[in-house]
Design a protein around this ligand. Sequence first.
Ligand SMILES: CC(C)(COP(=O)(O)OP(=O)(O)OC[C@H]1O[C@@H](n2cnc3c(N)ncnc32)[C@H](O)[C@@H]1OP(=O)(O)O)[C@@H](O)C(=O)NCCC(=O)NCCS
Length: 258
Amino acid sequence: MSSSVPAWLHELFPAREEIAGEELRLGTEPLPIHPEEAAQVAGAIAKRRVEFAAGRACARRALTRLGIDSFVLENGPDRAPRWPSGVVGSISHAGEVPGGLCAVVVGRAHDVLALGLDIEVAAAVAPDLWSRVATPRELAWLEAQAPSERRRLATVLFSAKECFYKARFPLCGEFLEFGEVEVALDPAGSTFEAGLTPARAGVAALPRCKGRYVGVDGFVITGIAVSPGDEIRGAFGVVETEGLAQPGANFDRENRAW
Ligand SMILES: CC(C)(COP(=O)(O)OP(=O)(O)OC[C@H]1O[C@@H](n2cnc3c(N)ncnc32)[C@H](O)[C@@H]1OP(=O)(O)O)[C@@H](O)C(=O)NCCC(=O)NCCS
């Protein structure tokens, strides 16, 4: 089974032709990938091997669109993918094996400073999880939404936080709790703003950014793409991404140091 350019790519990243993407539906068996990649999940359960291989298959096709062939994409000890130098990207998979959805987006670091993608099964986040995922302000916002919409919107909120985490992590290597990120959703425009809560504000890397979401065939997909030079409104006013850490610079993720 081969991957294909997702129909939702330009809805999620409008006017961002420099972002390449691939998607595929999860099958029953792992797709063929590089032996070094397969070795990373050799001892994992079948579902994990299928979704990992799907991510690698999508990544390989997406990287080819950037002119990079046969790159071996391994995950570091922090589980984040080690993209080729000068490339940013994000991988996500969700749902059952078979039938789930996997997608990858990639871009050149001189075009895209930070890139995040997250897929969730639509309305997967049940009410008993909301208090663990949402801040008091987000919970109050959810309560104010139409009851029939709440579970779907809670799932978008969850996905937006995961997306923000994945976009931000390569810039600084920082773990974040759900309560350290706050998301403001705009269901009318299918957009959101994600940012660090005051407890975390002051940390330079990506304090706040905008994203979009799309509903696709029983899934919700969130996306964040921040350009070098984009203005990011943070808790301490407007900061320019120009001076922020560049992916592929010398951040040592294992030792959490520059
Ligand atoms: C990274 C994480 C967000 C992945 O989310 P998920 O919904 O469970 O799974 P997804 O399929 O969407 O994403 C998994 C992919 O994310 C990528 N990933 C893993 N850790 C990552 C990190 N630290 N930074 C960027 N990408 C990462 C990997 O490519 C992984 O797929 P692979 O292992 O097959 O290569 C999650 O596993 C995690 O580590 N969470 C801890 C932090 C957190 O969630 N905090 C609360 C939100 S702020």
